[in-house]
Design a binder for this molecule. Structure first.
Ligand SMILES: NC(=O)c1ccc[n+]([C@@H]2O[C@H](COP(=O)([O-])OP(=O)(O)OC[C@H]3O[C@@H](n4cnc5c(N)ncnc54)[C@H](OP(=O)(O)O)[C@@H]3O)[C@@H](O)[C@H]2O)c1
Length: 339
């Protein structure tokens, strides 16, 4: 193994924001391992992104039991790097994982039972070769399990020392509020909510974000580039090897005339700010008061580095803000539900 020496300046270019009312501070950009870190992906490329992120102050990596493919293999990939180049840096890293989507056959392989949540956590720890994770999320609400049971399982994981904090993902405002109260009663306050939020996907603005603000719970925005749609790459077509070309989670019908038209206008506005669409989209999210961190994905270190440059220009003038509202009116993508 080549000796890896992290950048000694790694914390200087990054901004860290307090997560809700907790003592945890998250980097403005965090890295998600949903795509491009599985066992069918290039391990060298995955490692380069993880180390490149760490070198640039991105000390939060987000996973889930099912990330891959194959399911679970993104955790294995991270585990290899944690046991290799990143050995000795565990206390600088904030690692999250989740349970709730389909993972193994049978009735305990998914959703929100105590059985699923606790067994899934044990599997995740084994794959990552860790004693504990920093944040453990319930990945989605389960209509067939009492909320008391799912939240009780999260609290147990904290009491067992397997998770330091807990979070919720894909819960609506009302269920979140009930879950926060249950967790509070169990002595394990909810640290963070992970919600899909981007310029093209603003469903959370009406009820969820005000609820989080009021409850002192942080928010990390996933799919901030609408899975890559909020870049200039789809303006003229669908590039080979892009997520849309793979067509599993980002499908061609999302590249509607309306969306392409909006992208053209966003590109013009971004250029006038000295940015690309993706950089402006990240900066825009970081300006929303409820947002603690923006959880990006990447398929190369080049993309990650480019996205980080969003931090070079975060401010928006009133004119830019109203131009963005004007461009986005009518193009929100409301029906997508990725995992
Ligand atoms: N809680 C949940 O239910 C849930 C759901 C989804 C995601 N997440 C989390 O959020 C993370 C991020 O989600 P996401 O991957 O959908 O985020 P995203 O940042 O919206 O999309 C990432 C994708 O956009 C493209 N891209 C990124 N930067 C680019 C650039 N500079 N230029 C051109 N293309 C660029 C890449 O796709 P190409 O392959 O096309 O290059 C990349 O894989 C996930 O890894 C996961 O941790 C959570």
């Amino acid at each position: 193994m080549e000796l890896y020496k992290p950048n000694t300046d790694r914390y200087h270019g990054m901004k860290y924001t307090r997560c809700g009312q907790s003592g945890i501070h998250l980097p403005a950009l965090s890295l998600g391992l949903w795509h491009n870190f599985g066992d069918s992906d290039d391990f060298g490329n995955a490692k380069k992104m993880l180390l490149g992120a760490f070198d640039r102050g991105i000390n939060h990596f987000d996973l889930a039991n099912n990330y891959g493919p194959s399911a679970g293999s993104a955790e294995t990939t991270l585990g290899k790097v944690l046991a290799g180049e990143l050995k000795g840096y565990r206390d600088e890293l904030l690692i999250s994982t989740k349970a709730g989507y389909d993972m193994w056959p049978g009735p305990f392989g998914s959703w929100g039972s105590r059985k699923h949540i606790i067994a899934s956590m044990d599997q995740s720890l084994r794959r990552m070769k860790l004693d504990y994770v920093d944040i453990f999320y319930h990945h989605r609400p389960d209509p067939d399990t009492p909320l008391e049971e799912s939240m009780g399982a999260l609290a147990t994981l904290v009491q067992q020392g397997k998770a330091l904090y807990v979070g919720l993902s894909n819960y609506n405002a009302e269920d979140s509020q009930r879950a926060f109260a249950l967790l509070e009663d169990l002595g394990v306050p909810c640290l963070i909510h992970q919600a899909r939020y981007s310029m093209f996907d603003r469903n959370v603005e009406k009820a969820l974000l005000p609820t989080l603000d009021k409850s002192g719970v942080g928010c990390i925005a996933f799919s901030p580039l609408a899975q890559g749609l909020l870049t200039d790459k789809y303006i003229d077509g669908i590039p080979l090897n892009s997520r849309m070309a793979k067509a599993t989670f980002l499908t061609e019908n999302m590249r509607s005339d309306l969306v392409v038209g909006a992208l053209g206008q966003l590109q013009e506005l971004a250029r006038s700010r000295g940015q690309k669409i993706n950089q402006m989209a990240i900066a825009w999210l970081l300006n929303q008061s409820a947002i603690t961190s923006v959880l990006v994905g990447a398929s190369s270190i080049r993309q990650l580095t480019e996205n980080l440059q969003a931090l070079d220009h975060l401010q928006f003038s009133e004119m830019e803000r109203s131009k963005i509202e004007q461009i986005l009116a009518g193009v929100f993508l409301e029906k997508r539900q990725p995992k």
